[in-house]
Design a protein around this ligand. Sequence first.
Ligand SMILES: Nc1ncnc2c1ncn2[C@@H]1O[C@H](COP(=O)(O)OP(=O)(O)OP(=O)(O)O)[C@@H](O)[C@H]1O
Length: 589
Amino acid sequence: MKNKIKIPYSLKTLFKYISPYKKTFFASILMIIISNFAMVLAPNIEGMVTNAIIKDLKNIASSIPGAHIQIEKIISIISFLLIIYIIKTFSQMFGMFFITESIQNTMRDLRNDCIKKINSLSVKTIDSHPKGDILSRITNDVDTISTAMQQTFVNIISGIMTVTFAFIMMFRVNLLMTLCVILFIPISYFIIRKIASISQKSFDMQQKSLGDLSANITESFTGYNEIILYGKQDEYEKKFEKINSELKLTAFKAQFLSYFMSPALSFITYISIGLISVIGGFYCINGTISVGQLQAFIRFIWQVNEPLSQVSQLSSQIQSSLSAMSRIHEFLEYNNEYDVEKRDISINRCISFENVEFGYGDKKVLKGISFEVNKGETVAIVGATGSGKTTIVNLLMRFYDSQKGKIEIDGIDIKSINREKLRERFGMVLQDTWLFSGSIKDNILFSNPNASETELKKACKLANLEEFISSLPHGYDTKIDEEADNISQGEKQLLTIARAILKNPDILILDEATSSIDTKTEKNIQGAMDHLMNGRTSFIIAHRLSTIKNADKIIVLKDGNIIESGNHDELLDKKGFYADLYNAQFSSL
Ligand SMILES: Nc1ncnc2c1ncn2[C@@H]1O[C@H](COP(=O)(O)OP(=O)(O)OP(=O)(O)O)[C@@H](O)[C@H]1O
């Protein structure tokens, strides 16, 4: 899929984003045209002042009667010149204002849509793309486009103006000579295209390397503690250096090739000047044009070359931005989590899995899972690591959809239920707690922002958090830092339990929520968990079998199948896989 999307699509996407601001864009183009006109007019008027003074001085020197410096005439020309300068300055200023305004609005919309896109992606898509790369598309790539547009737009408009003026002047000197110059344009165009198409590949690689670099940095930060713990700094530095060298290589290729454009274009210009000198020479000899006109004509050829070579120098930026736009376009085209279903659900009877099969890609993880849980019951899912415990709850919340069989709530296939509405029924407490930078209160209210103060306090009481929160200097308003490093693992879990209590969900997912904590905290968490689970249908994924003894049903997974099910005592009596697992854990305590 990568690198398949070609430039026109990405440009179309860019135009789509620019179009709401087309009026401001056109206003900026108008301003640039006005300022260019003023720039062309100014030298002529400056010349008029000099000419008027010289004429008056000559008249005085020749003692022509009544000769004097015509101050009023000079003042009126200077006033006109002043007006031109003012127009030039203000049109330039407003031109820049309009262009900056429209580009920055476009970029803001693009970034907003990227964030909206992230929120509408399926878990499957998020899981299958490196986070750092997605981050790079929203930050680096948007930035590349913004800088390129800002720097090249004015140059391109001014260039078009200069070329147009130059051609008008050339036509006025001689038609045939101008047509000869025009003949060289396709050659220049061909060279630009050829070089651009070669270097574009390097620009695509460059933006991709930037994405890889960003992914590497994100990984180094998120795994910082583990990296230093295992002394892997050198390894990570080497990985970074490798990607960085690749970036350097692709950036060098891309930049070098694009810089090649300018001398190549100048070479074409030299050839055209040679040809024009010969033709122009003949015209001078037979008196069709003057030597001064030929000289002016050659200057105009340079004037045509200058913007072309300027734009070709900026071509590296234009090309990077095209690659960046292509990557953003590709990201915006990722499949959305699409829901046509509007159906809502409430659980009154039971949840059932019927012959559910599922795999990630070619890897089959669940090979025909069937079990039933009644409303209010607790089911524990047990099995070796990688046996598919998390996958079962992922399917239940429709983070992924089963490939065969069905999951039903009260006899209704969950695939016919709106995903958002389905997920509203769930609460989760995971081992990897997720807290954001904000106050304790903000973090708990995250699941139910409209909860009252009383409800908040009640949830914290049930989650055994009262003592902890009252010990904090700012109580509920205490800030949690970005990584939530200022609170312990157990406290984080209690906070997520309070969050889940406040949501008051029908179905609970508890994923190994009681591991890696001390006995007192574990007791605290277990108490909080009991409050949370009270009267709800719960799915517990736990390695520590002592925590699931009271579950109504325990299902044991192995190689994608349920090999045993029943309650704790029944499974112990069976003296099978569960009993072995339990005894092994019990004896190791
Ligand atoms: N997003 C994914 N893409 C590809 N394979 C995946 C993905 N998520 C999980 N797997 C694979 O599917 C298998 C089951 O994973 P799952 O997380 O359901 O196991 P688990 O029983 O919950 O494991 P653990 O006890 O270690 O959490 C594993 O082999 C895992 O590598």
